[in-house]
Write a protein that binds this ligand. Structure first.
Ligand SMILES: NC(=O)C1=CN([C@@H]2O[C@H](COP(=O)(O)OP(=O)(O)OC[C@H]3O[C@@H](n4cnc5c(N)ncnc54)[C@H](OP(=O)(O)O)[C@@H]3O)[C@@H](O)[C@H]2O)C=CC1
Ligand SMILES: O=C(O)C1=N[C@H](C(=O)O)C[C@H](O)C1
Length: 233
């Protein structure tokens, strides 16, 4: 499979290593300095770039008739527009806030736990996410996915970075050193606390998940998620 890397930073480079080990080749590498976008030798495009350029990258791939996977976070206010654009082009598009198998299992656990806890309002949920200091967006895309799952079955109608907002599920967003990505959900009552936590030890799980998604999506048409790829939930 010939892969275009739209974004050749920490994730683009991790994906390249795994792709080459799995006998794929890299047809295009895009960074902030790129001015030529030749997709003619590409089977799948993988976008891990920055929030301000993800939409342009996705459109470029769709315009060229190339299936595109995006893991870039912080641009999701335009997700529905991209879904419509993909359908208009009869193209192929998959977005995931987190590509790792572990986090996708964790999403299922979060859904089950939030369903259970919705019957016990004395427990108040909160989310803590910790990432490296180069991360541009806050809260993380993964924390937003986790929050949306809890909001679906609770009295909250939004998430909030401010503690003590009565309608907003609190997300504590921490930036420190080289942490690849840690997410913890805690339900606190006056008497006790219940927590679930996912800790990424490196970027390998994200990169491997993106390659697996690219291999899966290559010959398909439509809009997909990691649930389709991993067949869970
Ligand atoms: N969904 C998931 O599983 C995961 C998602 N992510 C997300 O992926 C994204 C990338 O993360 P990461 O690799 O760590 O970030 P990096 O900052 O290491 O890399 C970003 C890349 O985007 C490029 N870029 C910047 N501006 C432009 C532009 N205008 N046009 C094209 N490319 C551009 C940068 O180029 P240059 O070097 O020239 O600036 C660089 O190659 C983030 O949004 C992050 O949150 C990260 C890990 C997992
Ligand atoms: O920027 C990162 O590094 C990560 N971003 C994703 C997010 O915003 O959830 C996924 C992962 O946690 C690493």
């Amino acid at each position: 499979m010939r892969i275009a890397l739209l974004g050749y930073g920490k994730m683009g480079k991790s994906i390249e290593t795994i792709a080459v080990n799995r006998h794929h080749s890299i047809s295009l590498k895009v960074s902030s300095h790129t001015s030529e976008f030749d997709f003619s030798d590409t089977d799948v495009a993988i976008d891990f770039s920055v929030p301000t350029t993800a939409v342009t990258n996705i459109k470029r791939a769709l315009d060229a008739g190339v299936p595109v996977i995006s893991g870039t976070t912080g641009w999701l206010d335009q997700y529905d527009t991209m879904v419509d654009y993909c359908k208009e082009q009869n193209g192929t598009f998959l977005y995931a806030s987190n590509f790792s198998l572990g986090v996708n299992l964790f999403f299922e656990l979060n859904k089950k736990l939030s369903d259970l806890m919705s019957g016990f309002p004395e427990y108040k949920p909160e989310i803590e996410e910790t990432h490296h200091i180069q991360k541009l967006d806050s809260p993380s895309g993964t924390a937003i996915t986790l929050a949306d799952q809890i909001i679906d079955v609770s009295a909250y109608n939004s998430w909030s970075l401010e503690m003590g907002n009565p309608n907003g599920l609190y997300i504590n967003s921490i930036r420190t050193d080289n942490v690849p990505g840690t997410h913890e959900i805690t339900y606190n009552s006056d008497i006790d606390s219940i927590s679930i936590k996912h800790t990424a030890h490196s970027r390998q799980g994200f990169a491997m998940g993106a390659i697996i998604a690219a291999e899966w999506i290559k010959d398909k048409k439509g809009v997909f998620s990691m649930k389709d790829v991993l067949n869970i939930g």
